[in-house]
Design a protein around this ligand. Structure first.
Ligand code: APR
Length: 320
C-alpha cells in the first residue's frame, strides 16, 4: 500500500500540532508549507528528531515553495491570521481571504485529487471560497468546526456530570461563530437522552443553558485567556477528519460541508452532520429539526450568507 502524503499549509500553532498528531497517528509523510520558510523547516527538523524517540515511521519536510504539495492525499489549511482578544472570527475575513485564495490555486495545481480540510477562520466562508477558487469537487473540500464545537460541548457536559467525555455524544450545527447551534435534543450520555438526564435531576436546566452558552463562546474563552486562538483541540479535530478519509472510516461528524437541497438550502457551506469516508464527504445527513432549532439554524446560516456577501463586496472592490 502506498504511503500517504499530508500537506499542512500553515505551520503555526495549529499546523505544528497537526504535524505532531499526524506522526503519532501514523498518517504518513508530512510536508509543511508556510510563508515563513524558517518556521516550516524548523518544525519539520524538530519533528524528524521526535520520530526516533517516539518510535514513529513518518517523515517531515518543510518550505515555502508550493510545489511541496505535489501529490498530497490530504491537505489541511491553517494558513492565515488567528484572532486576538476582542476580535471575532469575522474580523479576519479580508486578510485570510487573500491567503486562502492563493492556497486554493496551488492545491488545484499540485494536488487536485486531495481531500482538503480548511481550518482558517472565518471558517464557513473560507471553506466556500477555497472550493470555488480551487474548483475541487465539493465532496473533497470540507471545513473543520463542528467536531471542535461539539468536543467543547461534550467536554463541558462531561465535567458537569462527572462522566467520561467519550460517553457524551452530540452535534453542533450551523456556522462556526457566536450563532452556532448546539443541539441538546441530539445529545446523549452513554445512550441516555440529555432530556432524561435533566429530568433525573442530574443536570439542572439552568446549568445546561450556561453550558450551551459556554460552548458558543468556547473559542473566545481561550483567546481571552491566552491571547491567541486554541490549537490543541482544533488540530486533533482536523486529524480525526483526515483519518476518517484516509482509512475510509465512514465517520458521522459535524463539519462545514456544501449543502444543496437539504435543510431548505441551495448551495452554501455550513455546519451539518456528514459521513466521511474514502469518497470524502459521502453524504450530508438531514436531521429533523424542531421549529425552534430550525429558527436558530436558519439565523446562523443567515449570518454565514451575510459574511459571504461581505466577501463578494471585497472581491468587487478588488480588495481580495
Ligand atoms: N501561505 C502559507 N502560510 C501562510 C500564509 C500563506 N499565504 N499566510 C500566513 N501563513 C502562515 C503564517 O506564517 C503562520 O505560520 O500561517 C501560519 C498561521 O499560524 P498561527 O499564526 O500560529 O495561527 P494558528 O493559531 O495556527 O491559526 C491559524 O486557524 O483556527 C484558525 O482562526 C485561526 O485563522 C486562524 C488559523
Amino acid at each position: 500500500m502506498k504511503r500517504h502524503k499530508i500537506g499542512l499549509v500553515g505551520a503555526g500553532n495549529i499546523g505544528g500540532i497537526l504535524g505532531l498528531l499526524s506522526g503519532l497517528e501514523g498518517l504518513g509523510d508530512v510536508v509543511f508549507l508556510d510563508l515563513s520558510e524558517g518556521v516550516a523547516c524548523g518544525k519539520s527538523v524538530d519533528l524528524e528528531a521526535l520520530a526516533p524517540v517516539m518510535g514513529l515511521s513518518g517523515s517531515w519536510k518543510g518550505g515555502s515553495d508550493a510545489s511541496l504539495l505535489e501529490g498530497c492525499d490530504v491537505v489541511i489549511v491553517t494558513a492565515g491570521v488567528p484572532r486576538k482578544p476582542g476580535m471575532s472570527r469575522d474580523d479576519l475575513v479580508e486578510v485570510n481571504a487573500k491567503v486562502v485564495k492563493s492556497i486554493a490555486g496551488n492545491v488545484s495545481r499540485y494536488c487536485p485529487d486531495a481531500f482538503v480540510i480548511c481550518i482558517t477562520n472565518p471558517l464557513d466562508v473560507m471553506v466556500g471560497l477555497f472550493q470555488r477558487e480551487s474548483g475541487l469537487p465539493t465532496s473533497k473540500v470540507v471545513g473543520m468546526a463542528g467536531v471542535l464545537d461539539s468536543a467543547r460541548f461534550r467536554a463541558f457536559l462531561a465535567e458537569a456530570l462527572g462522566v467520561c467525555a467519550h460517553d457524551v455524544t452530540t452535534f453542533v450545527l450551523g456556522g462556526h461563530g457566536d450563532s452556532m447551534v448546539p443541539v441538546p435534543r441530539y445529545t446523549s450520555v452513554g445512550g441516555i437522552p440529555l432530556s432524561e438526564v435533566v429530568e433525573m435531576g442530574w443536570l439542572k436546566a439552568s446549568e445546561l443553558e450556561s453550558i450551551v452558552d459556554r460552548t458558543r463562546n468556547g473559542g473566545a474563552e481561550v483567546v481571552g485567556l491566552m491571547g491567541t486562538s486554541a490549537y490543541f483541540a482544533p488540530a486533533a479535530s482536523g486529524i480525526l477528519m483526515a483519518k476518517a478519509y484516509l482509512r475510509d472510516e465512514k465517520r458521522l461528524l459535524p463539519c462545514a460541508a456544501y449543502v444543496e437541497g437539504k435543510y431548505g438550502l441551495e448551495g452554501v457551506y455550513v455546519g451539518v452532520p456528514v459521513l466521511i469516508g474514502a469518497g470524502g464527504v459521502e453524504k450530508v445527513i438531514e436531521l429533523e429539526l424542531s421549529g425552534e432549532e430550525m429558527k436558530l439554524f436558519e439565523s446562523s446560516v443567515g449570518h454565514v450568507r451575510e459574511l459571504n456577501g461581505v466577501l463578494e463586496g471585497l472581491a468587487l472592490e478588488g480588495k481580495i
